[in-house]
Write a protein that binds this ligand. Sequence first.
Ligand code: HEC
Ligand code: HEC
Length: 504
Amino acid sequence: MPVKKMDVSCLVACTAALSLGLVHCASTPGAAPEDPTGPREAPPAAAGTIAPAGPRAPMNADPPPGPDTPRTSYLPVEDKEPFAAVVARMKAEKPAVMKRHQTLLDERYDLSNRPAQGVTMSRGKPVQAGVRVKLPKGTTWEGLAALTPDAIREQGLWPRGFLPLPHANHPEGGMVFPKFHIDELKRQTARDLTRFDLDFDLPDHVISEFPAPIYLTTRPDLGDVSRGQLVTIDNFYEIFNGILTPKQLEGLRLLVTPFPQMQFNATADRRSERASLGVACFDCHANGHTNNAFHLVGDTRPQEFRHRVDTPTLRGVNIQRLFGSQRALKTVEDFTEFEQRAAYFDGDIVIAVKKGINILDRGHQVHAMSEFQEILDFPPAPKLAVDGRLDPAKATPEELRGEQVFHGKGRCGTCHVAPYYTDNLMHNLRAERFFKPELINGRMATADGPIKTFPLRGIKDSPPYLHDGRLLTLEDTVEFFNLVLGTKLTAQEKADLTAFLRVL
Ligand code: HEC
Ligand code: HEC
């Protein structure tokens, strides 16, 4: 696998060549890194095919793929390096890996802590203000909006933060949890989700609040039922006994119970120092919402085409009809059943058997887990009327103008349909019209394809935005869609639109 076999000098060379893919460096041992000033496109991808002998998927030690390595969808099964050696090597590589990724984040975003005035997430965490994606030198948002997609692509003016966001170590991939979650879980349950090779990448202030409040469709009278705690195997019974049915309680128990997964399991092929029981659904969908743990989707090969995926909230899955950004599973039951069978193991059914696949009983366990997920409500939106539109008696003039822009000139409402602000479909935004394909830190920035229209109800509670979390604020999403849709909004219209998004 690429990263493991790459020495640090190679990594540093790669880091220096910012736009260069780690994969190239790793997959051609001894070869000089590609000229960073060379053409940015990747001809094979541009031509609609994939590169030959894409990087061998991660996890197990294996020779780095060379020009003659046959392309494969499978991961190596046997362990080829003693576990202690893997730990030592990857720990030594970690600072350079994290530094390379931090350089990318700093290049793309303003990561500073600048809370917006007069608005918070549902339990009080500040919402971040302002556009955070950095503009290419010498450009303005108005200037970009005046150009055609072709002109932006040809002049290389697409803001880097609008490109797909790579995983913190894309060639390696896997689940990565924020430190505050790891700490709280250790405190409550002595289970450790620390990876020895990687840390969470985004600062706490740009992600969702923790622990998130929990609202139940069945007991709106109770408001937030979380008691301000992270719900785990340790406390779920005490918190929920008496307000859930026995079936829902059983479902919740399974949602906080760990099961083996790719990086966290009991084999030597793992990324935790000690053998692990695995991960629980609520280790990512913390309190039925999200802690923004990220992962690579299981449904794509080779590795550099896999999307980073930011954990979506489970609030409001009851009104949705498609699940997964691209998988388009049709029910919560299906997603619940198949998540552990396949996504936990990067879509590799062979490895799943090796590491301890846990097959849930459909009629009993999947059913109970889904029933609990189905009662997770969106957070309260006191300014919305029963049809999901603004109540004019409660909204400000700015919010009301924003609603007009949303449904009118901004065209947001064609896909984000009230009352939940989703059409329950997928759309292909074709952002690739604006840039040339490019391998960046092991991630091929290219067409995303059709993606589910995520609902905008409660959207201020779940930054960062888009399936990979590439946009940090609602202002960023307004600039993104203004270019993607070619709507040429004025500064005032953008501000109004943001004000409206904050009350949904
Ligand atoms: C890495 C942390 C992680 C864990 C653990 C996890 N999920 Fe997810 N979940 C995700 C991500 C990321 C997605 C988005 C996947 C995609 O876009 O294809 C997702 C998507 C979903 C969805 C669809 C949501 C939507 O809006 O389309 C459901 C339902 C879901 N997960 C339930 C579960 C259940 C049930 C479990 C436990 C069996 C679980 N998840 C475990 C991260 C996680
Ligand atoms: C053609 C359909 C379409 C239109 C029009 C549209 N969107 Fe979206 N929107 C989507 C899709 C599809 C996604 C998911 C994209 C992704 O995750 O990569 C999305 C995602 C979002 C998100 C992030 C959701 C999340 O959970 O991360 C926000 C915010 C958003 N849209 C706001 C807007 C605004 C504001 C407008 C109008 C200026 C708009 N959208 C117009 C289809 C659309």
